[in-house]
Ligand binder design. Structure first.
Ligand code: BG6
Length: 542
């Protein structure tokens, strides 16, 4: 243990399949059969089910998401034998593309999926990739698509299962769903039909309700999979395992022991050519209402009665419903000006491509809220999300209360580590995925007692090997299997919009005084710091 340093947890590079006792599991000297973590990750876990033969139809397939995330994720599933043999992908978009589409997807798999060009499964997989060009408002297009799907299903022996994936601009969601209904594709004679809908799911409460109404007029809620890719991230799923798969954390996971909770979603990226989208969205709609609120629900929810979709959703919903309206003084916003990221100058938001030079859109938002229930009453939750911040870091930090009595107070200590810090448990969602616990330790010395903060650390990569998964693997698989646990439900979406719509309205009604108000490459505007200073707290230094 070194002052201010890290005490690493033992790495688990190999898995001992013959170990008889827990103590011997990591003892490599006793290992007879060794399976590397990498090999292990390539095998379907014994409980993994393989979906029924399916056609996956991706609307908006010429967009970045398909090439960067969806196809690499699908190929990763193929590599670990989790896709059915009889499987096809049909990209749908307006552009008249032919075989170029499959070639482009192949490139995407290699580049973004970290796959070798000579992977033995790649060529066979790419043969399953098709393209169909149509306008989303053209009835003939839907009739043609139906015939094309039937033809592909016949050729590949797939039958009637269809998974529609809406990756278009959100303005098309309802229109596509209604057309699928009108052309007999939402309720097939045989098989299962499901629809995956990308975020953003509405832009405020009214639009979300309207979209839900139109979607549910065609699809039953059990057929609808509203995706939030954060729920597919290993580290996010691990929050529930950490809390409910271990005995020692839950007893202290409440207002008696926890002083405050901070959730940060900081990106160094700017808007990356998505100016027109971001101008209408802003940080609150783009990241807080969905990703950050999902993280909050996992931290705050009560234990579900089982890890089954309805039980988990019910507990998440109860946590969100217990949040009282957020006072406007507890919601602050920012917009980045030019600045330096990693030593290189970057332009300000208003100078980005296709962004209004006088834009009022926030690229940073910070909030303080409470959860009025028995577990959390009085514990502030501080949330912040921003683009062009100093460092990329998405993490949750649980700050514990100080001991009731300070035996080792500041005057009794000395030297560089004399501050007594509160215990902090940090769940690092990305990058450097892991969990750490900060606590005070006695500095070895014969002089008076000196306390120094040290860190106990669990690091995903050293324990389990580095993963190439992007989060969509789990979600695509679950959607094909019909498991809704990791998807947003209409009630949840409407509840989070109920919280944030008044803030968005108040912000729209009042022009921000000074925008831009933070430099790119910093931790955001002063108003975010002040919000915590008012309560004698500060954001965790990242
Ligand atoms: C998306 C947002 O939903 O999430 C983007 O639209 C954001 O603006 C992205 O950059 C962040 O995702 P990740 O997985 O990189 O944290």
């Amino acid at each position: 243990m070194v002052p201010n340093g890290t005490v690493p947890m033992p790495a688990v590079p190999l898995v001992n399949r013959t170990a008889k006792t827990p103590e011997r599991t990591n003892n490599m000297a006793t290992t007879q059969v060794k399976i590397s973590a990498e090999d292990l990750s390539k095998m379907p876990a014994p409980h993994e089910r393989i979906p029924e033969p399916t056609i996956l139809i991706i609307f908006g397939a010429s967009g970045d998401l398909t090439k960067r995330k969806l196809l690499p994720a699908l190929f990763h599933l193929e590599q670990v034998n989790l896709l059915p043999q009889e499987f096809a992908i049909v990209g749908v978009a307006r552009r008249p593309l032919g075989d170029e589409f499959a070639a482009d997807m192949r490139e995407g798999i290699l580049e973004f999926g970290d796959v070798a060009a000579d992977d033995p499964k790649l060529d066979t997989f790419i043969k399953k990739v098709h393209y169909y060009g149509m306008n989303f408002d053209d009835p003939n297009g839907y009739m043609g698509l139906k015939a094309e799907l039937d033809r592909i299903a016949n050729d590949a022996g797939i039958g009637g299962n269809r998974l529609f994936y809406l990756a278009t601009a959100p303005d098309y969601f309802a229109e596509i769903i209604e057309n699928l209904g009108a052309h007999g594709m939402a309720t097939p004679e045989q098989g299962t039909v499901r629809a995956v809908i990308e975020k953003p799911f509405g832009h405020d409460l009214d639009s979300a309700k309207e979209l839900n109404r139109r979607v549910n007029a065609v699809f039953d809620e059990r057929q609808v999979f509203r995706i939030d890719h954060y729920l597919g991230k290993e580290t996010v799923q691990n929050i529930l395992v950490f809390r409910f798969g271990n005995g020692i954390f839950e007893p202290i996971w409440n207002r008696n022991y926890i002083d405050n909770v901070q959730i940060t979603a900081a990106e160094t990226l700017g808007v990356e050519g998505r100016g027109p989208f971001y101008e209408k969205a802003g940080a609150l709609r783009d990241v807080v209402q969905n990703h950050v609120m999902e993280l909050l629900s996992y931290v705050a929810m009560e234990p579900p009665v089982s890890f089954e979709s309805e039980s988990v959703r019910r507990e998440k919903l109860k946590a969100w419903q217990a949040i009282p309206p957020i006072a406007i003084k507890n919601a602050v916003r920012g917009q980045y000006g030019p600045g330096k990221i990693d030593g290189a100058m970057v332009k300000g938001y208003r100078e980005e491509d296709r962004v209004d030079p006088d834009s009022k859109t926030e690229t940073f938002a910070a909030l303080r809220l409470e959860i009025d229930n028995w577990r959390w009453a009085g514990v502030p939750f501080y949330l912040r999300a921003g683009k062009r911040m100093k460092r990329r870091a998405t993490e949750i930090s649980i700050q514990f209360k100080q001991p009731p009595l300070m035996l080792f107070n500041r005057s009794a200590t000395g030297g560089p580590c004399s501050e007594i810090e509160p215990n902090v448990l940090t769940i690092r969602i990305q990058p450097d995925e892991g969990i750490s616990l900060r606590f005070g330790a006695k500095v070895p010395t014969t002089q008076s007692i000196s306390i120094c903060p040290v860190t106990m650390d669990f690091d995903y990569a050293s324990a389990f090997g580095k993963s190439t998964a992007n989060g969509y693997e789990r979600l695509l698989l679950d959607a094909m299997l019909g498991d809704q646990t990791l998807f947003a439900h209409r009630d949840g979406v409407e509840t989070t919009w109920t919280l944030y719509t008044p803030i968005l309205q108040a912000w729209a009604a009042k022009t921000p005084e000074v925008f831009p108000n933070y430099f790119a490459g910093t931790w955001g505007p002063d108003c975010a710091e002040l919000m915590l200073e008012r309560e004698n707290r500060s954001w965790r230094k990242l």
